[in-house]
Design a protein around this ligand. Structure first.
Ligand SMILES: NC(=O)c1ccc[n+]([C@@H]2O[C@H](COP(=O)([O-])OP(=O)(O)OC[C@H]3O[C@@H](n4cnc5c(N)ncnc54)[C@H](OP(=O)(O)O)[C@@H]3O)[C@@H](O)[C@H]2O)c1
Length: 334
């Protein structure tokens, strides 16, 4: 039987997610409903993606008995409220990253999912790309020997995107793009908590982070460093260095389609989209959708690849980086 998706919000990433689902077999993935704050937005989205039901409120989506799992594509200051709406309605949830604005909110969401016995995952799509699967395989087989260093970058000129600039829209480069570097480090070091974190950076006049350099030290003298920026374009690659070898992830490390292992390149292209996309390699959102389906079929409440503990550690480190560069959200004061 197909996994029946409901899509919450008719925004940019929801569009790409709907296009990505179309690259998967229809007998495995169906979008049965979409909800937006305005009915006409939901109706337009439904027309574009051939979805039967359109709702003018998220509450109606939460009540739809035919929805197995909700894809939550609203902007992150609204993740807490919307996730709780769906978990309390006993819906499984795949929520866009960041799962919430801070650790306190992430804990509330995870507690609610557990209490309501539903599946919930932060949509860190990078982890499900074939390139990431291959990286985890190489690391598990110790092909690099002992990993000693991870370096990555994610920088794009995004000063024209209000969502990146304004605090009340969840502004700040860490939660939107820097987190991709951080999640890579945590994946490579297997969810270990670092011994130390040092962040230095610059903020915008709006009080959100713009460009930041972060250094982390892990046990056994293992290091990681990453730079993120919403001001300038960076090389946007990553490198994982071990005592016996190196993995290079060429640019677009957040949605990677190739990797170079000890100088040898391997390619893993994403499928072509049936409609124009908002984000590069957007059809790669299919891989996280496949993971959700597999978890639901197995009756799991969380994924082992992006677990609740992974989301919690990510949020704790994001809080610490923000504290060091001086970014405070209203949600931190509640
Ligand atoms: N995985 C990725 O590659 C990726 C890429 C981009 C974004 N994201 C994540 O996806 C989320 C959405 O990003 P996006 O670029 O799709 O954003 P967006 O198009 O600007 O907004 C998404 C939706 O959020 C709701 N929204 C927007 N502004 C709002 C406001 N002021 N008050 C209440 N609701 C508001 C709207 O829902 P309605 O349609 O219901 O009105 C809108 O359609 C973010 O959390 C972001 O971090 C992930």
């Amino acid at each position: 039987m197909a996994t029946r998706w409901g899509i919450c919000s008719a925004g940019r990433i929801s569009h790409d997610f709907a296009v990505a689902l179309k690259t998967l077999p229809a007998e495995e993935h169906q979008v049965v409903a979409v909800a937006a704050r305005k009915l006409e937005d939901a109706e337009e989205f439904a027309r574009k993606h051939s979805i039967c039901r359109a709702y003018g409120s998220y509450e109606e989506l939460a009540r739809d008995p035919d929805v197995d799992v909700v894809y939550n594509g609203v902007i992150h200051p609204h993740h807490l409220k919307t996730c709780l709406l769906f978990t309390n309605a006993k819906k499984n949830v795949l929520c866009e990253k960041p799962l919430a604005m801070n650790t306190k909110e992430v804990k509330e969401i995870l507690d609610s999912a557990k209490r309501n016995n539903v599946f919930l995952m932060e949509a860190v799509w990078t982890r499900f790309f074939p390139v990431s699967v291959e990286i985890r395989r190489l690391l598990a087989q110790r092909e690099l020997g002992e990993v000693k260093m991870v370096r990555s970058e994610f920088g794009r000129p995004l000063m024209h995107v209000p969502r990146l600039l304004q605090k009340e829209l969840g502004g700040g480069a860490l939660l939107s793009i820097g987190m991709y570097c951080l999640q890579l480090v945590l994946m490579v070091y297997d969810g270990e908590k670092p011994e130390s974190v040092q962040a230095t950076g610059v903020c915008l006049e709006t009080g959100v982070d713009e460009t930041v350099v972060v250094t982390l030290k892990f046990s056994k003298n293992r290091l990681a460093t990453f730079t993120y920026s919403s001001r300038v374009a960076l090389p946007n690659d990553a490198i994982i260095v071990g005592t016996k070898g190196t993995i290079h992830i060429p640019e677009k490390m957040w949605c990677p389609t190739s990797l170079v292992v000890n100088g040898e390149e391997r390619r893993f292209p994403v499928p072509e989209p049936s409609l124009p996309l908002n984000f590069p390699n957007g059809t790669g959102l299919r891989y996280e959708a496949e993971e959700v389906r597999l978890c639901l079929l197995k009756g799991l409440k969380e994924s082992t690849i992006m677990s609740h503990a992974d989301s919690l550690l990510l949020a704790e480190l994001e809080d610490e980086i923000r504290r060091q560069v001086g970014v405070v959200y209203s949600q931190d004061c509640q």
